[in-house]
Write a protein of this length. Sequence first.
Length: 317
Amino acid sequence: MEFSLIAKHFTRATPGAVLGVGDDCALLAPTPGMQLAVSSDMLLEGRHFSPQDSPAGIGHKSLAVNLSDLAAMGATPRWATLAIALPEENDAWLTAFARGFFRMADQHGIELVGGDTTRGALTLSITVMGEIPPGQALRRDGAQAGDDIWVSGVLGSAAMALAYRQGRLLMDQIDAAKVLPALYLPTPRVALGIALRGLAHSAIDISDGLLADLGHILERSGKGAHLAFNALPTLPVVQTYLHETVARECVLAGGDDYELCFTAPAGRRDAILAAAASANVSISRIGQITAEPGLSVLAADGQPLPYDKTGYDHFAA
Ligand code: ADP
Ligand code: MG
């Protein structure tokens, strides 16, 4: 596509790269001795965002969900590439998109070093690269029996906002305004992931719902877990809707939280709390890893809470 479009909207100074946008390839020099963490995420109009969504918000979210994967690994963000398909060359849309994208990039010290631009249905594919000292990545397969299970921030807000927008949950407008930012402007927990290096046994970011994503840790680690429903952190406004099945499902199995779920030895609670404080993020202890497989959610009375939705399945009807 027009080189002037790329020059105007996607070319910035990249002091952290040997060579950024403009040649056949970017040239990157990883810090000697560090490992590269690499991840891609695609966002499609109609599936991950809708045509009316603000382009600055789409720019923010498309990079935020990718940064969330680096956070879940404990990696320091370094470089990104952006492949974008656009139905038409819309200067106002691109200007706003780039504003949201680069604001998020600047907050986390990640540099856009290349990509591709083509005509087509609006699609964004971003690849992020980060660095991590060997052996310190927060993998999914390290959970051990007896580990505490922790989660950052609050759960369910984004899923409740989506349920509201889709008419599956009736909410007061003032209440809806309190959950909508979680859906459109998620915060990747980059500083927390880095602070948890060497402390957490395992970690994942919650993109498809707590139960589904914790389930990935359990499967990869060959373990089980108990969760206490009452310990799950939510916004106060979410609490007021928990009598609704839809709202409970949003907390347990809603997507788009982009919080970190991680496990750590019970003996390291003080260190974990100090790491979260240093990253300026609230965290909650929500359960425990068990040697026996299976995932149970306990209600306040200690009885198992029945649930049938483990998360958002992209291939479900
Ligand atoms: P090529 O034909 O070699 O693939 P392109 O014309 O696609 O080159 O891209 C020219 C330069 O602009 C390359 O350095 C490429 O990485 C960069 N680029 C293209 N699209 C984007 C984009 N959306 N964001 C960032 N860089 C881009
Ligand atoms: Mg190209």
